[in-house]
Design a protein around this ligand. Structure first.
Ligand SMILES: Nc1ncnc2c1ncn2[C@@H]1O[C@H](COP(=O)(O)OP(=O)(O)O)[C@@H](O)[C@H]1O
Ligand SMILES: [Mg+2]
Length: 400
């Protein structure tokens, strides 16, 4: 047996593993690094976040990624170069964090790397008859493994697509394993660039678990801020949105898109929700003279309304649940207020109430996917229902 297979076997046989979960989402804001101690597996999984940090990307890094991000036409050589380069940049961030935390690389069992999404193309978006669902994350796992000396599990989304999904949302797997709670229906709402939620039934029935993307979280707001407010990357604490007034005509136009009529579950990305999308809605609504502040207020409501609409469409009005928010959008008080205004009587909490830092949640969920990849016993979702194939995800890269 190759010694690295023996090492993997030993890791799989442990009761407790140290796994670094990495997340770099469509906001391209930074790398979330969560060092987790994970005991057991499946619905017995127990998580302890030992260290967490988001390493903000430099302007250069963001510009490199954005040169190929969510674009139909790119410099193909640049895309090829970025695949190892992003991994090496991220490996350095991990090595630096471990040194700062006083943890040696050899103490870590696994890295779970999401990679950087550069294009998300579910069939509902590309609509090309001869092609199925597709998605592409770069920042290759072999490079991470060699540069950190740590076995790396990566590229989780391809198996999901291979088994009939759209490659997202993947949060549902970890949400089910870690956050299911007897006698409490839960909606786990993550608001990154795109928003998605998982429904967890209080009777713990896996066949009732449901998950979908809803619409933009921060993505169009972020893109607008970056274009119109040089030096700013996002609407910190919703200050820009709160200085404007919602333009109802533009809001209505923003909601006119086929995507919102497609059945759930469905996924999307900045490939659809971008400044061109906004521009078309501005033209259609005749609001070309709208102020930046009013536009930000309207985009904020657009995210909130479409998140709430998706939740309402998926559940009966009399179904009780508690909503647990996570992701950067929960730091935007205007967005949170716009959501809660439309969900009277629903308790809104964050995953901090469940002892998981809401900024770390997605990275932790990828650590759980890696834990399941090496030591899990499989998922038991209702495979007849679209979107949650019962497959184990991730590709394994060895450092030697
Ligand atoms: N204090 C804040 N006020 C308003 N928005 C915030 C704040 N902090 C983070 N955000 C938003 O959250 C985004 C990052 O969210 P994140 O969960 O990391 O998304 P992703 O997974 O797409 O990277 C930022 O780009 C920004 O839009
Ligand atoms: Mg992020």
């Amino acid at each position: 047996m190759h010694p690295h297979i023996q090492k993997l076997y030993d890791i799989a046989a442990k009761h407790q593993r140290k796994i670094i979960g990495l997340m770099s989402g469509t906001s391209v804001d930074g790398l979330d690094i969560a060092l987790c101690s994970i005991a057991d597996n499946g619905t017995n999984t127990k998580i302890n976040i030992l260290h967490f940090e988001t390493i903000s990307y430099s302007t250069d890094f963001k510009n490199e990624v954005k040169s190929v991000f969510a674009k139909k036409q790119v410099d193909f050589e640049k895309l090829c170069l970025l695949n190892p380069w992003i991994a090496l940049q991220q490996a350095k961030m991990i090595n630096d964090c471990l040194a700062k935390w006083g943890v040696t690389n050899s103490e870590i069992d696994l890295i779970a790397s999401h990679g950087q999404t550069v294009y998300h193309a579910p069939k509902i978006l590309h609509q090309q008859e001869n092609f199925g669902n597709a998605t592409l994350q770069i920042g290759d796992g072999d490079h991470l493994a060699v540069a950190t000396g740590i076995i790396t599990v990566s590229d989780f989304r391809q198996k999901h697509i291979a088994a009939g999904g759209e490659g997202a949302p993947l949060a549902v797997y970890g949400d089910y394993l870690v956050f299911s709670k007897k006698d409490e229906n839960r909606i786990m709402l993550n608001m990154g660039g795109i928003s998605n939620f998982t429904f967890l039934s209080g009777d713990l029935d896996a066949s009732k678990v449901f998950s979908t993307d809803t619409s933009p979280g921060n993505t169009i707001m972020d893109q607008y801020v970056q274009k119109h407010f040089p030096g700013k990357y996002f609407d910190e604490n919703g200050e820009l949105a709160s200085s404007g007034t919602v333009n109802e005509a533009l809001l209505t136009a923003l909601k006119q898109n086929d995507f919102f009529d497609k059945p759930f579950p469905k996924t999307t990305g900045p490939e659809l929700f971008n400044l061109d999308y906004l521009e078309k809605a501005i033209q259609a609504s005749g609001t070309t003279s709208i102020s930046n502040a009013d536009c930000m207020a309207t985009l904020n409501r657009f995210s909130a309304d479409t998140i709430v609409d998706a939740i309402k469409k998926c559940f009966n009005a009399n179904e009780k649940f508690v909503l647990y928010a996570s992701g950067g959008g929960m730091h935007n008080p205007v967005l949170m207020q716009n959501i809660s205004n439309q969900l009277p009587g629903i308790k809104i909490k964050t995953t901090a109430d469940l002892e998981i830092n809401p900024d770390a949640k997605e990275a932790v969920l990828f650590a759980i996917l890696a834990n399941e990849c090496v030591s899990g016993v499989g998922y038991h979702f209702n495979d007849k229902k679209a979107g949650i194939p019962s497959v184990t995800m991730g590709k394994i890269s060895f450092p030697d």
